[in-house]
Design a protein around this ligand. Structure first.
Ligand code: ADP
Length: 321
């Protein structure tokens, strides 16, 4: 288990991480999600003991990372965002080198290297020079470097950044597989990434935790309004009075005046109210012709954006004070 307790990190006067707390249970696959500069790498670097916190405590399986770094580090495999690969080595040589750095016993070296090569799917290229590999394979080598020495926890910083869609799918599958036998923390600024791989998401923005939940709960929590997207022809301008005619419509927003004379609106209501039936009933009576009417599905993307923009709104209010 990883316990992050009231951790703050300052770079000089700048607070990059502001009093965050969370736990990751054994065997969990957790995603740190946030825009660039949110503090994901800083958080990961502190968990791995690569940089010290300014305040607070981090325990990895009960071991304090700052007080007993060697013992804590043994339990963690870390792949930083830009993996330093020795490109003139072969895949096998590099993994062997990483195993030696992690003090894998000489007797176990060969079997450990072969095990990791199998695990991450590098058998076919094990004798190739790293510089000749595709980005996807280079990323596998980076993950192999984190896995060697059999740490319980693996921490991957932006593992799919810079990969093409096929490589992304492959790395995603690999991470899912590793999640069956390891605790995994990975970071990403891409939502779909996290929701597809992780059981839990920690959303971080400007050094603060904005939410911790499962991807599906986050979707539910933030979809507290219903949006209907509507395109109409309204020659008489009757849309203006629609809000008064439908009690449950909280907001009727004009989104766009289309070139063909139609108009696009958003009709917003409370979560448990579906206005579609009402709209089909009332609009024709008002001589409004419906061209299109559909309920917008809220996505994790919306959840993320609304959580982050809530933060921004609060900031603005604070700035005004
Ligand atoms: P993320 O990984 O989410 O993109 P980082 O953890 O890299 O974010 O950075 C968080 C914030 O801390 C950013 O504003 C970044 O500019 C700042 N920062 C990161 N490292 C340093 C450093 N060594 N010195 C000063 N500021 C830093």
């Amino acid at each position: 288990m990883i316990q992050v307790k009231n951790v703050t990190k300052k770079y000089g006067k700048f607070t990059a991480i502001d009093n965050i707390s969370f736990e990751v249970k054994d065997g969990e696959v957790v995603g740190l999600l946030g825009p660039n500069g949110a503090g994901k790498s800083t958080t990961m670097n502190m968990i791995t003991g690569y940089i010290d916190s300014t305040a607070g405590q981090i325990l990895v399986n009960g071991v304090n990372v700052e007080k007993r770094p060697r013992k804590a580090k043994k339990q963690i495999g870390y792949m930083p965002e830009s993996v330093p690969l020795y490109t003139e080595l072969t895949v096998k040589e590099f993994i062997k080198y990483m195993a030696q750095l992690k003090l894998v016993k000489r007797k176990e070296l060969k079997s450990e290297v072969n095990k990791v090569i199998e695990e991450v799917g590098l058998k076919d290229v094990e004798n190739k020079l790293i510089r000749n590999l595709s980005r996807g394979y280079k990323q596998r080598v980076g993950i192999a470097g984190a896995l060697v020495g059999n740490p319980k926890v693996i921490i991957l910083d932006e593992p799919t950044v810079g990969l093409d869609p096929k490589q992304i799918t492959e790395i995603r599958e690999l991470i899912k597989k590793l999640g069956k036998s390891h605790t995994v923390i990975l970071s990403s600024h891409i939502l779909s990434e996290i929701s597809q791989i992780c059981e839990n998401v920690i959303i971080i923005n400007k050094g603060k935790i904005v939410a911790i939940d499962t991807p599906s709960n986050l979707e539910k929590k933030t979809s507290n309004k219903n949006i209907i997207s509507l395109t109409v022809e309204d020659k008489k301008g009757n849309m203006d009075k629609i809000k008064d005619k439908i009690n449950d419509a909280k907001e009727v927003k004009l989104i766009k005046d289309n070139e063909d004379g139609t108009k696009q609106y958003q009709i917003i209501s409370e979560e448990n109210i579906d206005l579609r039936k009402k709209l089909f009933e009332i609009l024709p009576k008002e001589e409004i012709v419906i061209f299109e009417l559909k309920k917008e599905e809220s996505t994790l993307e919306d959840a993320f954006m609304s959580l982050i923009s809530d933060e921004k709104n609060t900031d603005k209010k604070e700035e005004k004070r």
